[in-house]
Design a protein around this ligand. Structure first.
Ligand SMILES: Nc1ncnc2c1ncn2[C@@H]1O[C@H](COP(=O)(O)OP(=O)(O)OP(=O)(O)O)[C@@H](O)[C@H]1O
Ligand SMILES: [Mg+2]
Length: 328
């Protein structure tokens, strides 16, 4: 409500909308059905979307995302000279505040460490003997650390959180009925399983869900800053390939299932990086720019206008109630 007030009254915009993040992320790649997997800093979320409708009962989220990986990286790096080693020397002598130092550590030291040193294993890391060649990392204070298995183990924590404990940090035991206690793959599988349950009432024929499943798995959108880690997307696809086919064998009735990711750019391309960090913003600007392309006959646009936007005159006429009704 406050947002609408600022938009119309302070900024005097002619037209306004509030759209949920995963939905614009999906529209950004030109789809209205898909499985959006967003791994950002504080949250990893899985959102199935069917024909432009967010399936909120089967949308799940957990805390096993970028900040959690930071915690692991911090726990590891601290062994080499404590927190001070993670600050450039010029900040040690100054009277910098604690919060400034923390910001430096999480935004520069840890992010750089993740970006340059860590990657995600192709499969469950503890089951594989990885031929890891040690890499040398220079800490902000100038000293060097040799990184061995941690190159993959630190990120594996997002996939199997309970296997990698940090002293003093309570990691909840995995529970079937608590999606937020699981790593990203189980979170995705729980979301799909719950979706099956919630669609069961609507679609009588049992193989109907099989079709929905095939469509979702063919349109997976992996986004968010943490998904930029080398190997991340591929690992998700590998694990789903291994587990979803088995779990949903009865629903698939012997038909093939393919797992495909959405995105217009190849991994590592600068556009891909931008998409993953700012997909919600880019999607929303696309949506807004559709309005400029309006030529009087675009049906889709009319639908979008009617359903998604509130105009200034409507707002002036109906006020708060309209906003609450429209964006509930
Ligand atoms: N190239 C990269 N490699 C690995 N991790 C990265 C990279 N770039 C950013 N990150 C991590 O991605 C996270 C930020 O992602 P994003 O901007 O999607 O989060 P957010 O939308 O702010 O958070 P949330 O969605 O949880 O509210 C941080 O944890 C950051 O360290
Ligand atoms: Mg985000």
């Amino acid at each position: 409500m406050a947002t609408a007030q600022i938009a119309f009254e302070t900024l005097q915009v002619p037209i306004f909308s509030l759209v949920k993040t995963p939905l614009v992320q999906l529209y950004h790649v030109g789809k209205s059905t898909g499985l959006v997997i967003d791994v950002g800093s504080s949250n990893a979320t899985v959102t199935p979307i069917l024909d432009g409708i967010i399936q909120s009962k089967s949308s799940f989220s957990s805390k096993f995302a970028g900040d959690f990986a930071n915690l692991h990286a911090l726990n590891y790096l601290q062994k080499y000279g404590g927190l001070d080693a993670l600050l450039p020397k010029r900040f040690l002598s100054t009277k910098a505040t604690e919060s400034f130092k923390n910001y430096q550590i999480s935004h520069y030291a840890l992010e750089d460490f993740k970006l340059s040193m860590l990657s995600v294993a192709e499969g469950a890391a503890n089951q594989y003997q990885y031929p890891v060649t040690p890499k040398s990392y220079q800490l902000p204070n100038g000293s060097h650390v040799s990184v061995y298995r941690e190159q993959i183990d630190l990120m594996e924590s997002l996939f199997q959180p309970q296997l990698y404990q940090i002293p003093g940090v309570a990691i909840p035991e995995p529970a079937m009925d608590k999606p937020l206690t699981h790593g990203i793959i189980t979170l995705i599988l729980s979301s799909l399983k719950t979706l099956e349950g919630s669609l069961a009432g609507e679609h009588q024929t049992p193989n109907k869900f099989g079709e929905v499943l095939r469509e979702l798995c063919g349109n997976i959108l992996i986004t968010g800053g943490s998904s930029l880690t080398t190997g991340f997307s591929q690992r998700i696809l590998n694990d789903l390939y291994r587990s979803a086919g088995q779990l949903f064998a009865p629903q698939l009735q012997g038909r093939n299932i393919t797992f495909g990711t959405l995105g217009n750019h190849h991994i590592g391309d600068i556009q891909d990086t931008w998409d993953r960090k700012f997909s919600a913003w880019k999607g929303a600007t696309n949506l807004a720019s559709m309005l400029n392309d309006y030529n009087g006959e675009a049906d889709n646009l009319n639908i979008a206008l009617e359903n998604w936007f509130v105009t200034k005159s409507d707002y002036e006429e109906m006020g708060e109630d309209l906003i609450l009704e429209k964006f509930k």
